[in-house]
Design a protein around this ligand. Structure first.
Ligand SMILES: [Zn+2]
Ligand SMILES: [Zn+2]
Length: 313
């Protein structure tokens, strides 16, 4: 399976500001030496040596993840503002997929706000299947497109819509097994595990990790242990996580502890705090790597979630 990120910010879209862009360009220009410009190789080497917080961005869209199964069928988790770009991309590359399986972790606005801008929804012939353990899913999705919040209602969607309330049983979509767990978050939230061809992927955003998640119960062990890749909420620094106890998010250090505890070799830090600029988010990555080195018997690969980043399992 392939996992691709279309939106990684928490809470609200966070586009880069003109003044931020200007100061980055100024910082890059200041680093240039005449010898950096003499050949294509020297220019490439110069660009490769620029710190990622100046030359990259994690992106400003809110939660949306695309998962492609072996047969190229498409699962989407959450319809934050990132799903708009995904929809544009699907049409632009004339994607063969006509059926989209969209799972919702919960219905906070940053996780549904992009749905009215998902272009395939307005085209006949597409099928949108929505999934959540929550019974009021359809109501929650329709209401954000009611007057006065949006100019057209969900009735203008020309795609076939199907709403599925999922239960405790493991679901099967084209050979992939999908299970879920409740996580601590105001109003409730669910993490999802997708397993295909012996590989497991867990998506756990908007999660305030608690002692319960570390408990070695049969349910936790079955769900978490030995998963190949986890994308996990790590919105805060440790100090802020203590200050914002009960706000429903985790610190990067707890996310690292969690992956280490459950022997999950690849961990992706996710749901970046909208107040943080790229520089601070990259600093969090470095701190997480530093912290992990001090955990006994831990051997994790730690990544930052960024728009367009892809993993193949
Ligand atoms: Zn969120
Ligand atoms: Zn939330």
């Amino acid at each position: 399976m392939k996992v691709k990120f279309w939106g990684v910010r928490g809470s609200i879209p966070t586009p880069i500001k003109p003044s931020q862009l200007q100061s980055r360009i100024a910082a890059i220009v200041q680093r240039i030496q005449p010898s950096d410009l003499i050949s294509q190789e020297s220019r490439d080497a110069f660009l490769a040596g620029i710190p990622p917080y100046l030359i990259e961005t994690v992106g400003g869209n809110t939660t949306c993840i695309e998962i492609r199964l072996k047969d190229d069928s498409c699962i989407i988790i959450d319809a934050g503002s990132g799903i708009r770009e995904l929809g544009i991309n699907i049409l632009k590359k004339r994607d063969k997929a006509r059926k989209f399986h969209i799972f919702f972790t919960h219905f906070h606005w940053d996780h549904i706000m992009g749905l009215p801008f998902f272009d395939p929804a307005y085209i006949p012939g597409y099928e949108l299947h929505f999934y959540s353990p929550v019974k009021h899913m359809e109501k929650a999705l329709r209401e954000q497109m009611e007057v006065p919040y949006f100019p057209v209602t969900m009735k203008t969607f020309a795609a076939d819509l199907h709403f599925h309330t999922i239960n405790d049983e493991i679901m099967n979509i084209n050979g992939a097994e999908i299970s879920w767990r409740r996580v601590k978050h105001p109003g409730g939230c669910f993490s999802y595990k997708i397993s295909e061809c012996g590989k497991d992927f867990i998506f756990s955003t908007d999660t305030e990790l608690t002692e319960r998640d570390f408990r070695r119960s049969p349910e936790n062990t079955e769900f978490y242990e030995g998963t190949d890749l986890i994308v996990i909420d790590s919105q805060y620094t440790l100090g802020e996580a203590i200050e914002k106890y009960d706000w429903g998010h985790s610190s990067y250090s707890l996310a690292v502890d969690f992956a280490s505890e459950w022997k999950i070799p690849k961990v992706v830090l996710f749901h970046h705090e909208p107040k943080y600029e790229d520089k601070k988010i990259y600093k969090i990555l470095n701190s997480a790597k530093w912290y992990e080195k001090h955990i006994e018997n831990s051997n994790l690969e730690i990544y930052l979630a960024k728009e367009e980043l892809e993993f193949t399992l």
